[in-house]
Design a protein around this ligand. Structure first.
Ligand code: WTA
Length: 654
C-alpha cells in the first residue's frame, strides 16, 4: 500500500543529515526557526520586505480582527508581475534565462527575463485592448507552453484575476468554472501535445460557451496544435495577431496587497468544486520564501524544474510565482514523462543540467515499476535537491528516488501543503534538517501546526489525529469565491472557539517519537488520485446525471501506482434501454464521467450492483464499499438497514 501506515513509520529509523558541504552553502540559516518563534508576524514582515519590491511599503503586517478573514500587509501596494519580471531586469539580470521550454513534440523556446518582461508587457496591452480591467476574471485553459505563463503574468500585471483550468478538465468542468467566476475573457490554444498526439482545447471552450448566456466576451487563441478549429467571428481572436500589433511599453502599477490575484478551483467534500481565492502580497511572500529556502535556491547557478502542470496549485506557486519572484532559471515541459520514450524526463534533466527537481510520488512509483535501467542511461549528476508533493511518499519510493535519481546523495524534501495554503507548510529545509523517509517532518519557520483529536485537544505522540494550522499565515486562502459562509464552515468551524481560530486541513497526521510529522491521508470524502484531488461526491453526481443510473457510490481505493483509484458502485435503472449488458453500461459510464469532469476522474472500476449498503437513516456506508474495493474482509455491518446487502455485493464481485 503506497500511503503511510503508522506501524511501518513508527519503525522508520533511517536518518539522512545534510552533508557538511551542503550545510555550509545552505541558503536557509538555522536562526530562521528562532527568529520566527520569537516574533512570527514580525518574521513574515521581514521576509516580505526582503524578498519583494513594494510600490508602497506597508506599515501594518497582519490584521486578524475579522478572523477568519485575514489581511496581510494591507496598506502596502505591490505589483506581482513587476516582482517576477521588471525588477530582475532593473537589477541587471535581464539576460538570465527565466525558462527553457521543451515541447512534447521536440519544439523548444528559451526566454530570458528581459524577453519575458517584454512579452508580458505586450500581453498586458492585448488584454487592455480587449477591455479587461482591474478585478475582471480571465479564464486560462492552456497546455504548459510559454504563453501560459505570459498570460497569467499579464492578467495579474493589470490587476485582473486569473482562473486557470487544467487542460485535462472537460468542457463541462470548464463551463462551471467560467460561470462561477463570471469570466470576461478565455485564453486558450487550438490544441496541445500529449502522448504523441494533439489534444484539442478550443473545441472544449466552444462547448463551454455554447449556451450563449456566458459572461465571456472574447476568446484569445494561441496557435500550438495547428489542429482544425471552429471560429466565431467577433468573439474569437488569435493571440499571435494581437501580440504582433501590441505595444511593448507598459508600466506596472502597484495594487493593494490584498487585491485578488487568482482563483483556483479544487474539489471538496460536496459535489461542487470551490473557487479558492488568493491575494497578492501575502501569497507572493509565502511562495518566494518557501521556494528559496525549501529548495535551497541559488538563483545564479541553479536550474530548477517542477514537473507540475500550471493548471494545479503546484504549477501556480512553484512554476510561476515562487521561481520567477526569486529570479530563478527553470525548465518547463509540455508533455508526458514517457513520450516519445520512457527516459524523456531524465533526458531533459541531462540536457539542461537540472539541479533542483520537484515532482509527485505517483510519478516516482511509476518509474520504479519500469526499473532503474531507464534513468541509469542518463547523466543525472547535476541534481542536488529533490522534492516531493501531492500525497504521502512511502519510504520505499523515497529511498529509490534518492538512490536512483539523486545518485545516493541528494536531500529529498517532502513538502505538505494544499491549494488552500498557497505554499508549502510542512517540509524539511535541506541544509538544516536531518531527513527521514516518509515524513514531511517539520512546519516551515513562521507556520504553526497542531495535531488534534476529534474533541479538539492535542493528541500525544505517537497517536494519530487531525492536522490543523493554529495561526494565520501569509499564503492562506482569503475565501471561497462568492461563498463566504462555505469558507467559514469548511475550514474554520470544526475546531475554532471564541477568538481562537484553527484551520482544519482535512488531513490525518501523527507526530512520531522524534517530533516529526507524518501525514496519513485525507480524513474526508476527498480522494487523491495520482496527486490530483477529486471528490467522491462530485463523481457520484456525475454518475447519477446519466439517465441510466438510479444510484451511485464512489470510493477511493488504495492503488499501487496512483495512490488511490476511483471505484464506483452503481445501480442501473431497470427500465433503461441504452445499455444492454453490464459491460456496455460500464463503458458508457466511464465515458460519461470523462465528459462530465475529465479523464482524471474516470473510474478504474465500475461495479453494477442491485443495492447499496445503507444505514437505517439512508446514509451510504462507503467504508464497507472501500473494504470490498480494496479486497479486504468486510467490516462491521450491524448498522446496515439490510445486513445481507454486503454479502450479496461481495459474492457477486468474487
Ligand atoms: C495531499 C497539492 C502527504 C494532502 C499541493 C492535501 C500530501 C492534499 C502532501 C492537497 C505530502 C499534498 N504528504 N499528503 N507531502 N502534499 N498532500 O490542494 O491530502 O491539490 O490535503 O495541493 O494533497 O492537494 P492539493
Amino acid at each position: 500500500m503506497p500511503s503511510n501506515s503508522i506501524d511501518s513509520l513508527l519503525h522508520e529509523s533511517r536518518q539522512f543529515p545534510p552533508s557538511a558541504e551542503f550545510a555550509a552553502d545552505s541558503i536557509a540559516k538555522p536562526e530562521l526557526y528562532a527568529e520566527a518563534a520569537a516574533d512570527r508576524v514580525g518574521f513574515w514582515a521581514d521576509q516580505a520586505r526582503e524578498l519583494l519590491h513594494w510600490h508602497k511599503p506597508f506599515t501594518q503586517t497582519l490584521d486578524w480582527s475579522e478572523a477568519p478573514f485575514a489581511k496581510w500587509f494591507a496598506d502596502g501596494k505591490i505589483n506581482v508581475a513587476y516582482n517576477c519580471l521588471d525588477r530582475h531586469v532593473a537589477a541587471g539580470n535581464g539576460d538570465r534565462v527565466a525558462f527553457h521550454w521543451e515541447g512534447e513534440n521536440g519544439d523548444t523556446a528559451t526566454y530570458t527575463y528581459s524577453e519575458l518582461t517584454t512579452a508580458v508587457k505586450k500581453a498586458a496591452n492585448v488584454l487592455i485592448d480587449l477591455g479587461v480591467e482591474q478585478g475582471d476574471r480571465v479564464a486560462i485553459y492552456l497546455p504548459v507552453i510559454p504563453e501560459a505563463l505570459i498570460a497569467m503574468l499579464a492578467v495579474v500585471r493589470i490587476g485582473a484575476v486569473h482562473s486557470v483550468v487544467f487542460g485535462g478538465f472537460s468542457s463541462e468542468s470548464l463551463r462551471s468554472r467560467i460561470d462561477d467566476a463570471a469570466a470576461k475573457l478565455v485564453i486558450t490554444a487550438d490544441g496541445g501535445w500529449r502522448k504523441g498526439k494533439v489534444f484539442p482545447l478550443k473545441g472544449a471552450v466552444d462547448g463551454a460557451l455554447a449556451n450563449g448566456t456566458s459572461t465571456v466576451e472574447n476568446v484569445l487563441v494561441v496557435k500550438r496544435g495547428e489542429n482544425d478549429i471552429e471560429w466565431t467571428d467577433g468573439r474569437d481572436t488569435w493571440w499571435h495577431d494581437r501580440m504582433d500589433a501590441a505595444s511593448a511599453e507598459h508600466e506596472a502599477e502597484g495594487f493593494d496587497a490584498e487585491s485578488p490575484l487568482f482563483i483556483l478551483y479544487t474539489s471538496g467534500t460536496t459535489g461542487k468544486p470551490k473557487g479558492i481565492l488568493h491575494t497578492s502580497g501575502g501569497y507572493l511572500t509565502h511562495v518566494a520564501f518557501t521556494h528559496k529556502n525549501v529548495f535551497d535556491l541559488h538563483p545564479e547557478t541553479d536550474v530548477y524544474w517542477c514537473s507540475a502542470d500550471v493548471g494545479w496549485i503546484t504549477g501556480h506557486s512553484y512554476v510561476v510565482y515562487g521561481p520567477l519572484a526569486n529570479g530563478a532559471t527553470q525548465v518547463l515541459y509540455e508533455g508526458t514523462p514517457d513520450t516519445p520514450h520512457a527516459g524523456r524526463w531524465w533526458e531533459i534533466i541531462q540536457k539542461y543540467r537540472v539541479t533542483i527537481f520537484y515532482t509527485a510520488p505517483t510519478a516516482i512509483r511509476s518509474f520504479m515499476k519500469i526499473g532503474r535501467q531507464v534513468p541509469n542511461e542518463f547523466d543525472l549528476s547535476s541534481l542536488r535537491v529533490l522534492g516531493s508533493v501531492g500525497e504521502p511518499i512511502n519510504p520505499e519510493a523515497w529511498i529509490w528516488y534518492r538512490d536512483v535519481i539523486g545518485g545516493g546523495k541528494t536531500p529529498i524534501v517532502d513538502t505538505w501543503w494544499q491549494t488552500e495554503t498557497g505554499g508549502i507548510m510542512i517540509s524539511a529545509l535541506p541544509g538544516i534538517t536531518s531527513l527521514k523517509p516518509g515524513s514531511a517532518q517539520v512546519p516551515i519557520p513562521g507556520v504553526k501546526i497542531d495535531i488534534l483529536g476529534e474533541d479538539g485537544t492535542r493528541v500525544d505522540p505517537p497517536n494519530g489525529g487531525l492536522l490543523v494550522v493554529s495561526e494565520p499565515w501569509p499564503g492562506m486562502l482569503r475565501g471561497i469565491w462568492g461563498d463566504p459562509e462555505r469558507f467559514v464552515e469548511t475550514y474554520w468551524s470544526k475546531f475554532s472557539s471564541g477568538n481562537t481560530w484553527k484551520y482544519f486541513a482535512g488531513d490525518g497526521a501523527h507526530v512520531d517519537t522524534d517530533g516529526d510529522i507524518v501525514l496519513l491521508g485525507r480524513v474526508d470524502d476527498v480522494m487523491n488520485v495520482s496527486g490530483h484531488r477529486l471528490s467522491t461526491q462530485e463523481i457520484e453526481s456525475a454518475l447519477v446525471s446519466n439517465h441510466i443510473v438510479a444510484e451511485a457510490a464512489v470510493v477511493g481505493a488504495a492503488d499501487e501506482a496512483t495512490g488511490q483509484a476511483v471505484v464506483a458502485f452503481v445501480i442501473i435503472k431497470s427500465n433503461q434501454k441504452d445499455a444492454n449488458t453490464a459491460d456496455e453500461a460500464v463503458a458508457l459510464l466511464k465515458k460519461h464521467v470523462s465528459e462530465q469532469i475529465g479523464a482524471i476522474a474516470r473510474p478504474r472500476q465500475i461495479f453494477i450492483v442491485a443495492e447499496l449498503p445503507k444505514t437505517r437513516s439512508g446514509k451510504i456506508m462507503r467504508r464497507l464499499l472501500q473494504d470490498v474495493a480494496e479486497g479486504r474482509e468486510i467490516g462491521d455491518t450491524t448498522t446496515l438497514a439490510d445486513t445481507s446487502v454486503m454479502q450479496i455485493i461481495s459474492d457477486k464481485l468474487r
